[in-house]
Design a protein around this ligand. Structure first.
Ligand SMILES: [Zn+2]
Length: 395
């Protein structure tokens, strides 16, 4: 009882100094929004360490971090305060990426395309600026990590009115894409730039056969920006048949999706709709796949890591693959930036209301004191006049 009284008194004292309240609230919300929330979010991520990890050597597992659709904002974005938006979005991407990178400790980082929102339509100097910003955001201190970059429709065109033309593809390859086949320990990764409506022509088929002649790993993975199993079987069949791929990773949809196809390797069903399941994946839940079960074909769609793509769940994909072909995959969720911005707005409204209330109270007090003084003065004048026969005391 005494303690609560003391607290009430302290709170009352604090309200006498609105500046202190304002500073305290702003600092508390700033620390929460800019630092604490990322640490708290990390606590929701499951452990990536399998139970037999003690006996496992680093060369017995691949640790891959997937980054999808960051779409760093361009200079032509018509938002009312573009520079502030760019700063906020870049900082969010850099912070969430560093947390995910430190958590996964990958030996490969795969960027699944749509790296730049306006990459496809940028002129030379703008493109240079975007590339520079991109590398600043997704910088890593460790040099031994392999980085793989894929182009998306926002980088080289290929969707709606924005055509994918050789100039754009060449420019992207010049800055980012180095290899079509990436070898790492016991997996080979085929990096595709395969779009909806593309066909595997003679040239591409010959190139794939060349790459396959160089591929000796027990497991092969396809990575592509556009989804493959969302299309009809004839559109992606040659890619699967020629590469004998065990697993596909894609992006573009902004959501976390899993496709499990049970008849995609069966030539009998080539012209039919493929059979299997498609479902939205949960964040922070570990899914396990066995690449040894070759009859099943899986495609994992990695969600966007940007908070500006109109989806509620953002994050990074993390896959741990062991030498036996067991895959542990999880979407590491990122905090909602819009909720943080709403919290800033709510605090601002509270502070403004507080200031208005305080000012009104002070004004009221001032009027009350002046009114009281006036009454007292009038009373003293009246008593003075009543006591004297004349009103000489007024002088
Ligand atoms: Zn895309």
């Amino acid at each position: 009882m005494v303690r609560s009284k003391t607290l009430c008194l302290k709170a009352l004292k604090l309200t006498r100094n609105p500046v202190k309240v304002l500073i305290f609230l702003l600092i508390a919300v700033f620390v929460f929004n800019e630092y604490l929330i990322y640490v708290l979010q990390r606590w929701t991520w499951p452990s990536l360490t399998p139970s037999d990890s003690a006996a496992r050597l680093p060369e017995d597992e691949e640790r891959i971090l997937f980054v999808a659709d960051p779409q760093i904002i361009g200079v032509h974005d018509t938002h009312i305060n573009n520079q502030l938006l760019i700063y906020d979005a870049d900082r969010y991407l850099a912070t969430t990426f560093q947390h995910a990178f430190n958590y996964v400790q990958p030996n490969i980082v795969v960027f699944l395309g749509d790296l730049m929102d306006e990459g496809s339509v940028a002129n030379g100097p703008e493109y240079d600026l975007y590339v520079q910003r991109f590398h600043q955001i997704f910088s890593t201190s460790t040099s031994h990590v392999k980085r793989i970059y894929l182009p998306g429709d926002n980088d080289v065109g290929g969707e709606m009115w924005d055509d994918r033309v050789p100039f754009k593809v060449d420019r992207f390859n010049q800055y980012f894409r180095k290899e079509e086949l990436v070898k790492s320990k016991f997996i080979d990764i085929f990096t595709f730039n395969y779009n909806v409506g593309d066909a595997v022509n003679v040239k591409m088929e010959a190139r794939l056969q060349e790459l396959m002649a160089d591929s000796a790993a027990p497991f092969r993975i396809i990575i592509n920006h556009m989804n493959l199993l969302s299309q009809t079987r004839p559109e992606f069949d040659r890619l699967i048949t020629l590469t004998n791929a065990s697993l596909i990773f894609t992006a573009h949809a902004h959501r976390a999706i899993m496709y499990n196809c049970s008849n995609c390797r069966d030539p009998e069903y080539l012209d039919a709709l493929w059979d299997g399941e498609r479902f939205l994946m949960k964040t922070d839940v570990i899914y396990t796949l066995n690449l040894g079960v070759f009859s099943l074909l899986h495609e994992i769609v990695v969600p966007t890591c940007s908070y500006r793509m109109g989806v509620a769940n953002m994050g990074y994909g993390a896959a741990i693959i062991d030498r036996g072909g067991l895959v542990r995959y999880v979407v590491l969720s990122s905090p909602s930036r819009y909720r943080c911005l709403m919290l800033y707005g709510a605090v601002l409204v509270i502070v403004l209301l507080f200031l208005v209330a305080t000012a009104t109270l002070r004004l009221y007090k001032l009027c009350w004191v002046r009114g009281s003084l006036l009454v007292l003065r009038q009373r003293s004048v009246q008593s003075c006049c009543l006591s004297d026969s004349g009103c000489s005391c007024l002088a």
